[in-house]
Design a protein around this ligand. Structure first.
Ligand code: NAP
Length: 498
């Protein structure tokens, strides 16, 4: 086993506070070098029933714990994550591949979310509001939903889990969590941290297994009343339609085709820096990664020169080696998908000016590496400009005006993140108004969300819910309207008395 850090060769499900094995398991490999790191159990879905039973029991008690006391667990978890940040980051790099600097950033998001949601333990605000009738009091309050299910992807194996599980926990729910099979270690670590932080048994349950078995069992379980999912569009649509049939609340965060607009008055050095960071960071495997650059014709060539120079400086390899800035692709299937889009771009007539090939010299051949790739003179309607590639591939699309830039930005089926580089204050405010994505950046790339703001997108990116921010509480709580009549007589609302 490559990971002495983990101190285990096989992981276990975490159900009702017990660490439970399974008959079936799969190897988890390090995408940087193909080494087996650990074995993950694969439930056939049956463990979901046991986990839900444990969760139902635990949730009844947890809901009665005052929220400020629930918060103590999250404060403690935040402290433990902080103390273990480096270990978590190294394990994260081993299972996911992202470079250490980014892995530390991801763990930091989890720490921030722990403290932020712990703070919600003393807020969880509802409203008091005037009543229509005399001697009557009215208010609304948040209530737990019960047992909630979360399904997370491999690309942010700890941050996304905290965006979902911490609001659920502070809201008085119990959680069944199915992490992505590629990245189970962060789930193991987070569950251990919550256990050691005093979370009562059964409030968090981790069930490992494939989406088609464990995920499907969760989606169809009558006692899981909310499903919160982050992942691909196809899977999300399927989950939404299955949940719809059961009148189950479902929150979806899915793909993106995020663009950076570079106007003729932009600081081009800054723009190039922002593009390279957003496009090639995490090897382009962020839902918010920039995969389109919409550039004003007048600065296209100057921007290209800067981008090519910066791409040249990128070093690619194992993320544990801190001299590297770009790590591997998660697996062979991911790499083949990226290669197929590089071919599609060439067939469509876009001009390939950087990368476009797999890196397999020496040790790189043991992992999955694609060179940072740049197409220019791409057309907005090309598939490489429309479809999510989820790799280090960027299409540069020239435009003639601000209005055309906005139109191209909005002309895709996704709506997660967008950005504009400009020094014109009027354009800043027009762009903020007209870009139809859930996240907008000005003079920064498309990545870098902060956890106290709502995270999510419009159109095909989601279904109107948001992860993180106080808005995440809406997914995991029900609103209750309460009327207290202290008049001592029957007062009938909306009924004429004359
Ligand atoms: P995916 O294939 O949809 O997998 C995501 C999760 O869903 C995994 O845990 C997977 O389990 C599970 N799953 C698969 N099939 C399922 C089914 N039939 N029922 C229930 N669960 C099922 O997505 P991915 O390729 O791993 O992740 C990349 C995608 O996530 C990209 O499209 C990216 O844009 C998106 N993403 C979006 C955001 C956002 O917030 N908008 C953030 C990050 C990533 P197994 O893999 O274990 O089978």
């Amino acid at each position: 086993m490559a990971s002495t850090l983990l101190n285990a060769t096989t992981l276990n499900h975490f159900i009702g506070g017990n660490w439970v094995g399974d008959n079936k398991s799969a190897d988890v490999t390090n995408p940087a070098n193909g080494e087996t790191i650990v074995h993950v159990p694969l439930s056939d879905g049956g463990a979901v029933d046991t986990a839900v039973e444990a969760a139902k029991k635990a949730q009844k008690e947890w809901a009665k714990v005052p929220a400020p006391q629930r918060a103590e667990v999250l404060f403690e978890a935040g402290n433990k994550m902080k103390a273990r940040k480096e270990r978590l980051a190294q394990l994260l790099t081993m299972e996911n591949g992202k470079v250490l600097e980014e892995a530390r950033g991801e763990v930091q998001e989890g720490i921030d979310m722990a403290f932020y949601m712990a703070g919600e333990g003393r807020r969880l605000f509802g409203h008091t509001t005037p009543a229509e009738l005399p001697n009557k009091f009215s208010m609304s309050q948040r209530c737990p939903v019960g047992v909630v299910g979360i399904i997370t992807p491999w690309n942010f194996p700890i941050a996304i889990a905290t965006w979902k599980s911490f609001p659920a926990i502070i809201g008085g729910n119990a959680v069944i969590w199915k992490p992505a099979t590629e990245t189970p270690i962060m789930a193991h670590e987070l569950a251990k941290i919550l256990e050691e932080s005093g979370l009562p048994k059964g409030v968090l349950n981790v069930v490992y297994g494939k989406g088609s078995t464990v995920g499907d069992a969760m989606v169809h379980h009558d006692d899981i009343r909310v499903m919160s999912f982050t992942g691909s569009n196809d899977t999300g649509r399927n989950i939404a339609s299955e949940c719809g049939k059961q009148l189950k609340k479902v929150s979806l965060e899915m793909g993106g085709k995020n663009a950076i607009i570079v106007m003729d008055d932009a600081d081009l050095d800054l723009a190039a820096e922002g593009i390279v960071w957003s496009a090639y960071g995490t090897s382009g495997q962020r839902c918010t990664a920039a995969s389109r650059v919409i550039v004003h014709d007048d600065v296209k060539e100057r921007l290209e020169e800067r981008l090519l120079a910066k791409i040249e400086e990128l070093t690619i390899g194992d993320g544990l080696d801190e001299t590297n800035n770009v790590g591997p692709i998660i697996n062979q299937a991911g790499m083949e998908k990226i290669q197929s889009y590089i071919q599609i771009g060439q067939d469509e007539g876009a001009n390939l000016i950087a990368g476009g090939y797999v890196l397999n010299d020496g040790d790189l051949g043991k992992g999955h590496y694609v060179a940072p790739t740049l197409f220019t003179d791409a057309k907005p309607e090309m598939r490489i400009s429309q479809e999510e590639i989820f790799g280090p591939v960027v299409s540069l699309i020239p435009v003639k005006s601000f209005d055309e830039a906005i139109e191209v930005n909005n002309g895709v089926s996704y709506g997660l993140s967008s950005s504009i580089f400009t020094t014109d204050a009027n354009r800043v405010f027009q762009a903020q108004r007209d870009l139809d994505t859930g996240i907008v950046y000005v003079n920064a790339g498309t990545t870098g969300a902060e956890i106290h703001l709502p995270f999510g997108g419009t159109k095909g990116t989601g279904n109107g819910h948001r992860d993180s921010g106080v808005q995440a509480l809406d997914v995991f709580t029900e609103w209750k309207a309460v009327y207290i009549d202290y008049s001592g007589k029957l007062q009938r609302a909306q009924i004429d008395t004359e």
